[in-house]
Design a protein around this ligand. Sequence first.
Ligand SMILES: Cc1cc2nc3c(=O)[nH]c(=O)nc-3n(C[C@H](O)[C@H](O)[C@H](O)COP(=O)(O)OP(=O)(O)OC[C@H]3O[C@@H](n4cnc5c(N)ncnc54)[C@H](O)[C@@H]3O)c2cc1C
Length: 397
Amino acid sequence: MPRERFDVIVAGVGAMGSAACFHLARRGVRVLGLDADSTPNENGSSGGQSRMIRYCYYEHPDYVPLLRRSYELWDELCAVTSQPILRRTGGLYVGDPNGPSVAGSRQSAQAHGLSHEMLSHGMLKERFPQFRVPDGYEALYEPNAGMVTTATAIAAHLNLAIDFGGEIHAHEPVVAWREDDRGLLVETTKATYAADRLVVAAGSWTSDLLPDLGVPLQVTRQVLGWVWPRNPEPFRVGRFPVWAVDDGAGSLHYGFPLIDGLPGPLGLKVAHHRPGPPTTATSIDRRVRDADESAFRAAIARYLPDADGPLTGMKVCMYTNSRDAHFVVDLLPEHPFVAVACGFSGHGFKFAPVIGEALADLATTGRTRLPIGFLGIGRFRTTGVEDAPIQTSTLRT
Ligand SMILES: Cc1cc2nc3c(=O)[nH]c(=O)nc-3n(C[C@H](O)[C@H](O)[C@H](O)COP(=O)(O)OP(=O)(O)OC[C@H]3O[C@@H](n4cnc5c(N)ncnc54)[C@H](O)[C@@H]3O)c2cc1C
């Protein structure tokens, strides 16, 4: 029986897959995007209203060229859709000046000539009196940092993909794929499709579709919270930036300003950036529990005492951690007609448009001019990284 044929099938249309569908469809490629869930959905790694975006990347300066392109593409998406998907709020990174967050952000800023200001402890208290941080802590302020609203971003990419002729199917998981003499066969719960290329962007489910990837991935349970500040005015956008405080123990507490009218819970969003308890995408406990509040409540009381008001929301989400906390974006060495993007380790959303562009390049030409070489699969097969413990991305690598 003849099968419906596509140039490229994208398995998983969350943050990365939706952007890949858009870039492929815009190039005139016949693309089918498949998702196991609704599009967008809140059950993967992209739920929970918003994500931070910043240029001064403490994780590694090599990300900065990708960030430049990502910002361009986010701005383009905002212009095309007339929606404030990216908001520049300013960003404040606080901690020991020699610690990974402040020193790493400064290193990226200096290496790439990025706009930033260093704030002494006294300057920080004067400019941002909302914060109470230990003596000796300083800050880097970045005017171009901000936030991206997640569901609107994914929906915008998918709407544009459809406008350009792409096809998107929700609630149709890919269950298997294989190569045959004419290309690839992709089997879902509803049909089998033929395709020239496959892009796997299945987030925390990647190992189900690529059991032989050879890249260790660990899924962890993460909790986001929202509180209503006792005194909201100083925390409103314009007076309060996106922020992160390095706790000196290998993890970050971070959050967002108050913005009226965002989808999702009311209030000030806060979270703790470090891998939570290991789980799997199928067995994760998605219920929020009273004890989950401790992931962020102590940090609010300590660093932002005037924000320490009633709880307005909590949400369970997932990180998919690679061993070195850096992304994995590559063609499969054993199957060069299959591209993968995974292991975003809790810091990938801001890159979604440029990762989508890189995936579109890999799926159409087998290569890309975007500087993603440092994100290749090969590093796990040659350097012994597979034996290293999972890191948080606050630790420099
Ligand atoms: C609490 C939290 C806070 C974060 N904060 C930030 C931040 O401030 N800044 C930042 O840049 N990043 C942040 N991140 C990371 C960022 O959100 C992720 O890196 C990003 O969302 C990953 O996108 P993805 O496309 O890989 O996964 P997802 O968006 O989860 O997409 C995967 C999709 O694949 C689908 N799928 C699964 N199995 C199948 C199948 N068999 N067939 C078809 N479809 C399938 C799923 O339904 C899902 O829609 C945070 C993450 C979390 C959890």
